[in-house]
Design a protein around this ligand. Structure first.
Ligand code: AMP
Ligand code: MG
Length: 418
């Protein structure tokens, strides 16, 4: 029997065929979670003008240098500057301007005194007439409560670099500099096809010999999490005509990737192979991986194609190991695999393939410990749901005693674990 193909070699072969996708332009409101495909240069200062960070009075700090509770200093109030207004007047020594948070600092002022340090009384939302003078009971330093023009962002500064993931903060900053449209990397369109005569829809009643098609839903969810656009198409029966018809439907979706599940085990694969030989080219691999030994990879009508194993856990694990990095490359996303080291709390046996064992993790004073989720059957989807991570037993290891330390690929954020 031919040697099994090494996991990393298989992935490298796959990735070598993958061309990253180009960009498209979207409205800023649709850009969350996308990878920006342009540098963004600020076209203006942020804030665009020096402004007050408090409701209060703009003044000259030197005028009130000696003010305190016992010796308040009186200033003439000569201007009123509500938010959104643009003051034309200026103040000179001995004068103050009533100013609202965010309103522009008037010419001549160099500091703000908050209203609570004066004798002025403002009710929230109140629109009191401007008093002629204000009595200031505290001193401030030059620049106090003033947000200087450009102190956040300077005009001409590069604020975001091409390739950055757009999170809520980036979206806010792009909005602040008026970038209402952005170039982002196109999201990979991924057609998902289930094959098998035993499959029925998830809204159908179970019948003898039939099971519900769970793979296309789990795979679609994984594609979404990886930043792709899943497109599920109807299940193909195990006939040449049906599989051919479905692959044609798949291509009509103008996908960037096609995923099928099942029908890749020896024998069953013949139908898929026959059709792909008509429409493209495929290799059928036996990978040194557990679960997920059989894997088909090639192209259909020029579109990269994965034939994943049908067993639900195998389909999900081969997705993690092979499809996820492929989609990340297509979408020009960084491939961070979050792993931790954990100590196994039971003896583990393996068959010498690289094994991804579903484990639950526990934080102990000495570090993380891992125990298996119970059955490791590649059909047991519940083991995947219970798992916090996939513990990786390297190739050629057949026995690991309790207490061994191994790397665990996380399936949850660490903060979800106790
Ligand atoms: P196959 O690769 O066709 O031999 O399928 C392997 C196992 O996976 C069989 O037990 C199938 O019933 C099961 N299976 C195949 N496709 C799906 C699917 N879409 N959803 C759930 N189980 C599936
Ligand atoms: Mg089948």
């Amino acid at each position: 029997m031919a040697a099994l193909l090494n996991v990393d070699d298989a992935l490298n072969q796959i990735l070598a065929t993958i061309q990253p996708l180009p960009d498209e332009t979207v409205g800023l409101a649709d850009a969350l979670g996308r990878i920006i495909a342009q540098d963004v240069i600020a076209d203006s200062n942020l804030p665009p003008f020096s402004n007050s960070s408090m409701d209060g009075f703009a003044l000259r700090a030197a005028d009130i240098a000696n003010a305190n509770q016992q010796n308040p200093v009186a200033l003439h109030v000569v201007i009123d500057i509500p938010a959104g207004s643009s003051p034309t007047g200026q103040i000179v020594s001995g004068e103050a301007a009533r100013i609202m948070t965010g309103a522009p600092l008037p010419q001549g002022a160099d500091a703000i005194i908050p209203v609570e340090d004066t004798d002025a009384e403002w009710k929230p939302g109140g629109n009191e007439a401007l008093a002629e003078s204000v009595s200031v009971k505290k001193s401030v330093k030059m620049g106090d409560y003033v947000r200087l023009a450009g102190e956040d962002i300077r005009s001409g500064e590069r604020i975001i670099q091409s390739g950055t993931l757009l999170r809520p903060a980036e979206i806010g900053l792009l909005a602040a500099v008026g970038q209402h449209q952005v170039k982002v990397i196109r999201q990979p369109r991924v057609v998902i096809l289930s094959t098998g005569d035993e499959l029925i829809g998830i809204d159908e009643a179970l019948k003898p010999g039939k099971i519900r098609d769970s793979n296309s839903y789990a795979l679609a969810a994984l594609v979404k999490v990886t930043g792709g656009i899943p497109i599920r198409i109807p299940t193909a029966h195990d006939t040449l005509e049906d599989v051919r018809q479905r692959f044609k439907e798949a291509l009509a979706q103008k996908p960037d990737l096609i995923l099928s599940s099942a029908g890749v085990s020896v024998g069953a694969f013949d139908v898929v192979r026959t059709i792909i030989d008509e429409l493209g080219k495929v290799d059928f691999w036996r990978i040194n991986l557990r679960p997920g030994k059989p894997l088909a990879f090639g192209q259909v009508g020029g579109v990269p194609f994965f034939g994943l194993p049908g067993n639900p856990v195998s389909a999900m694990v081969t997705y993690e190991v092979f499809v996820r990095p492929t989609l990340l490359k297509l979408g020009q996303r960084a491939d961070h695999v979050a792993t931790i080291d954990a100590t196994v709390s039971e003896d583990l046996h393996s068959d010498g393939r690289r094994s991804y064992i579903r484990v639950k993790l526990k934080r102990e004073p000495t570090g993380w410990t891992a125990r298996t989720t119970g059955t490791q059957s590649s059909g047991a989807l519940s083991s995947m749901m219970l798992a916090d991570g996939l513990m990786i037993i390297p190739e050629d290891v057949t026995f690991l005693p309790a207490g061994s330390k191994l790397s665990v690929r996380l399936l949850r954020d660490l903060h979800e674990l106790d």
